[in-house]
Design a protein around this ligand. Structure first.
Ligand SMILES: Cc1cc2nc3c(=O)[nH]c(=O)nc-3n(C[C@H](O)[C@H](O)[C@H](O)COP(=O)(O)O)c2cc1C
Length: 354
């Protein structure tokens, strides 16, 4: 048995099979009452501990309920849209062979050799490529309601939405507003707008690099749903680029989430695209992007202090064990999340809270 065999998400199957049959788990569930508490007021909701899962792994309400039972208090349902949208075909996740990425010298090309497994759970690094699939809104609204109602006290459901590009900037802004209104109808504790998917073509994936468009979207959403705590999710930025983004969106948001996976060309040993033709570039996440996530969080925390702002920092990237969780907290994160780490080790929350 290898590392992949113990994962809740089965990387040898496609998104739809995982959606219908997952999560996989054979062990026993922790006693939630015995896990360490470090309570936080999350916009009027009690959060038992500042840890959870970012958008991606929680494909539907079964996944949300499962990870709540595993002791992850903040649960972000996978990004949804106002229209049904298919997933990229199999493969969706592959192990990547790399050392820790240097945030100042990010590689253009990374290797995903066939049959490769990482040396340990701590060093688990993958590329993922889904293209932000979504069910129809009436389906996901009902399912999110189910997810929310399954949560114990101290556990919180957050929604993540993305606008679908349909030919113009105005329509994209309008679609972000519509998806936020739909998420509000579910009664999620906060809405995170995904401005940063490395696995979609063009404008949907790189919104965070366009400050003007980012500000236009958040101001539109804030006007439409002023009572919902609003976050934006960004890719890796630091220094002046991060500062410019934060200044543009800070007047309209209650929090900033990041980082998303780091985009690279992922190839097999023979140089051919690991995910197949047409999907040369994809997002890399897990252990190897930990240093990027720490730098992002330190910088975001410095900028918040300099601006005398009080937005919440929700950090993820490379959290696979207690040390990497503590590392992001020390960098200034208010809440820490883990996607790849939690995918391969569903016991991660009970280890961190043990
Ligand atoms: C399987 C998978 C699916 C993901 N899907 C989404 C998504 O739908 N929306 C989003 O904002 N981020 C998505 N992400 C990115 C994660 O939320 C996170 O930003 C990134 O993986 C870095 O964290 P990690 O190193 O803990 O995995 C996904 C990541 C993975 C591994």
């Amino acid at each position: 048995m290898g590392i992949a065999d113990f994962a809740a998400y089965d990387i040898s199957r496609d998104y739809y099979e995982n959606f219908e049959r997952g999560p996989r788990f054979k062990g026993s569930f922790p006693d939630l009452e015995s896990l360490k508490k470090e309570e936080l007021d999350f916009f009027g909701n009690r959060l038992a501990f500042p840890f959870g899962i970012p958008a991606g792994l929680l494909l539907n309400s079964r996944w949300v309920s499962f990870y709540a039972r595993m002791g992850f208090p903040l649960l972000v349902y996978k990004t949804v849209r106002t229209v049904e949208h298919p997933s990229h075909p199999y493969p969706n996740c592959l192990f990547v062979k790399t050392g820790m990425l240097d945030p100042f010298k990010l590689p253009d090309v990374l290797l995903a050799p066939s049959g490769y497994e990482p040396p340990s759970l701590r060093e688990v690094t993958i590329t993922n490529s889904f293209g932000m699939p979504s069910m129809k809104p009436d389906w996901w609204q009902e399912d999110m309601e189910r997810a929310k109602n399954s949560l114990p006290e101290g556990y919180v459901l957050v929604g993540s939405g993305v606008g679908t590009y349909a030919g113009s900037r105005e329509k994209l802004v309008g679609d972000f507003v519509d998806v936020s209104v739909m998420l509000r109808e579910v009664g999620v504790a906060a809405v995170i707008l995904n401005f940063s998917c490395p696995n979609v073509e063009g404008s949907e994936g790189l919104i965070y690099t366009d400050y003007e468009l980012s500000a236009e979207i958040v101001s539109g959403v804030k006007k439409a749903v002023p009572d919902v705590p609003l976050f934006v999710k960004v890719g890796f930025l630091y220094g002046k680029a991060l500062e410019g983004f934060v200044k543009a969106v800070a007047p309209y948001v209650e929090g900033i989430a990041g980082i998303n996976s780091i985009q690279a060309k992922v190839v097999k040993e023979d140089g051919s695209p690991a995910l197949g033709a047409g999907r040369e570039k994809s997002g890399v996440c897990g252990w190897a992007i930990g240093e990027c996530a720490r730098l992002f969080t330190v910088e975001l925390s410095r900028i918040r202090k300099e601006m005398k702002a009080d937005f919440l920092i929700m950090s993820c990237g490379g959290v696979t064990d207690r040390e990497s969780f503590a590392g992001l907290k020390e960098c200034g994160a208010d809440v820490v999340l883990s996607c790849t780490g939690a995918m391969f080790n569903p016991l991660l929350a009970s280890e961190i809270r043990g």
